[in-house]
Structures are given as C-alpha cells and as structure tokens.
Design a binder for this molecule. Structure first.
Ligand code: PMP
Length: 355
C-alpha cells in the first residue's frame, strides 16, 4: 500500500477472481465460462476493417446493441442498460441505490456483493442461507434495503421461483430489487418481463456465461426507464466509452444467433445431469443446480484436498475457504469429454486417498 491511498480503502478486502492460469493448459472448470466458442457470426464480426476502425471512439450509447437486446427480450430500448460485464452494472447499482438504505443479500452468494458494499460503505444485511443452502424469500420481504439476489444463486446453483421473487419485489416498493440472472439460461426462470409491472426491479444479465463471451466483457440490465437513466448518469460520470466497438458488434451478432446458444445451453444441462449422476456414484453429495456449475462435497475427502489434487492432475475447479462451504467445490459444467476427464481424475484421487 502506498502512503497515498485514501483511508477509505486501506482496509478494503478486494474480490479475488478465479484463477486464469497462463502457464499450462487445464481442463478449466473453475470460472463458469462456456466451453463452446462464440457463434460463427460473432467470430466473423471482427474483421480487419472493423479493427482498423478502432482509431475512432465507440458509440457511447450502444444504440444498436440496446435495440437488439430490447427486441430479443420484448422491451423498449429505454429499458435497457449495457456495460463492461455485469460486474460493472453491479458496481453502479451499489453506488447508486444502496448508500442511504443499505443492501441485503445472502451470506453465500456472488463474492463481489460484499466487496461493492464495502467499497461504498453500504450497510450490508447479510442473510444466512437455510441449512440446505436455499434462500428463504420471506427473509427479504419488506426489508427496507436494496435487495440483491442471484437467481440461480452462485455457487449453489439453487433457484427461487418467479412467485417468490415477485413477492420480494412487490413488498419492497421503496428500494431497488436487483435480480442477478447471470446463470438463468441454463434452467432458471427469468423475471425480465416483470420490469413492465414494477418500477423497482433491476434485472442484470451477462454475455459471459451462456453466450460464450466472458473475455469480451459485456453485461446488460433491464429496468424501468428512470432506473436506467440513473445508471446512465453514473456511467457518463465515470467512463462513457465502457464497451469497446468490437464487443458491441459481437454482442449484436450473438443476439442474432440465439439458437446456437440455446442449443449449447441444452447440452450443458445434459452434461450437468450426467456429471451429477456420476459424482453421486463415487460418494459426492451434489446440490440440485439449474446453472452451468454444480456445488459438490465428498463424504470422506476435504474440499481443499480435492481441489489441490485435481489441480495437480490438470483439472481446475473452484474452492472457497469460508467456513460454511469449505468442504465443497464449485465445478463448472463443460463438454462431455471434459466432464469424463473430471470423473476419471476423481476416481483416481479417491483410490489414492484410500491407501
Ligand atoms: N453475477 C454472478 C452471480 C456471477 O457469478 C458473475 C461471474 N463471476 C457475474 C455476475 C459477473 O459476470 P460478468 O462481469 O462476466 O458479466
């Protein structure tokens, strides 16, 4: 730390992203990326001619991209916000909507929520998940704070129903209810259409997971026009050109090729069910997941040991050290071949641990 850093940030505990190793090639099941490349149109969008245009600024309004998103989700462009990954939008939302009243979110959820709360000195009400790792929606009813819920939740993969979410939205008219739908395309139920009904709902999505564009950094959000204007105000006060022109183009192309991504999501769901069944056969308990990852715990071997031994064998999964979940690992669902390698390596590890 330099002597120049503001006291405000000296004790800030920053978010720790999953490993992105550059040294060797792993079967990479640690950061919930898609194992599939972007669709053909996305790859073709980045032509030499478009790269030459990088000498110009990108469209700060992302007009075409917003139009396409509005079309695909049956809303108006005025209900759409786009940013540099959905992390950018979560950041803006904590900055804009939680400072006075605070924010409520689960103890086990996306690790960035408490970091943003800390960053903006937001009073955080951290609500423990139930013993089975589910979210009790009742605990967010009329809570007097911005509510932030990932649905499906991460790292558990568990979902709330539309009815439960609507109850939370309807009972908190004085605060924004942010539903983070990063993983919704793998089997969850979206509440995007409720944006037309409730002026306090902010639904956040991303191109990083089901749309195979994690490295391009593109997130989107839907809400009432006034909430969108607030987010734009923050964006124009920080970084108006926050989505580069190539990413904007690729996002439009991805939306034009939705069937490709729907097919991939179906494959991931099948691979997920295959992996769960195989893991159960070899002594794992797996939480039922509607996301592109599963959260699994072995009956005899610690989560950390499994993580380290898998890494040694060239398979990366995500291990969290917090007390409540340290026996689990979060495993991203990849191709069938990748999942077969995972199972093969786990069988090896179990045998090694027995001797
Ligand atoms: N929300 C959740 C629940 C996530 O797990 C992630 C990915 N780590 C994000 C948001 C952020 O995704 P991105 O910034 O790539 O859109």
């Amino acid at each position: 730390m330099s002597r120049f850093l503001s006291n405000l940030y000296s004790s800030l505990k920053e978010y720790v992203p999953g490993e992105q190793p550059q040294d060797k090639k792993y079967v990479k099941l640690n950061t919930n990326e898609s194992p599939f490349p972007p669709s053909p149109g996305v790859i073709e969008a980045v032509t030499d001619e478009k790269i030459e245009k990088l000498c110009l600024y990108c469209d700060p309004e992302s007009k075409l991209l917003k139009q396409k998103l509005a079309e695909n989700y049956s809303l108006e462009p005025k209900n759409v916000f786009v940013a540099n990954g959905s992390d950018d939008i979560l950041n803006f939302a904590f900055m804009a909507f939680a400072r006075e009243n605070g924010a409520a979110f689960p103890d086990i959820s996306y690790g960035f929520y408490p970091v943003f709360a800390d960053l903006y000195n937001v009073n955080a009400e951290i609500i423990p998940l139930e013993d089975d790792f589910s979210i009790d929606a009742e605990k967010y009813v009329d809570c007097g704070k911005m509510v932030v819920i990932a649905n499906p939740n991460a790292p558990t993969g568990k979902v709330l129903t539309r009815e439960e979410i609507e109850k939370i939205i309807a009972s908190n008219p004085g605060n924004v209810v942010l539903i983070d739908e990063a993983y919704v395309d793998f089997g969850g139920e979206s509440v995007v259409d409720l944006v037309k009904k409730y002026d306090n709902l902010l639904v956040v999505g991303t191109f990083s997971k089901s749309r195979s564009m994690a490295g391009a950094r593109l997130g989107f959000a839907f809400a009432n026009e006034e909430i969108i204007k607030d987010l734009e105000k923050i964006k124009y006060s920080t970084n108006p050109y926050n989505i580069n022109s190539l990413t904007q183009l690729m996002g439009i192309k991805a939306l034009e090729e939705q069937e490709y991504y729907d097919k991939n999501c179906k494959i991931i769901a099948e691979n997920r069910e295959f992996t769960v069944a195989e893991l159960q056969k070899i002594g794992f308990t797996v939480i039922p997941s509607k996301a592109n990852f599963i959260f699994a715990k072995h009956k005899n071997i610690s989560g950390e040991r499994i993580y380290l031994k898998l890494k040694d064998k060239g398979v990366l999964v995500r291990h969290f050290t917090s007390e409540r979940i340290k026996d689990h690992n979060r495993i991203t669902i990849g191709t069938k071949e990748q999942m077969e390698i995972l199972i093969e390596k786990l069988i090896e590890i179990i045998k090694e641990e027995e001797v």
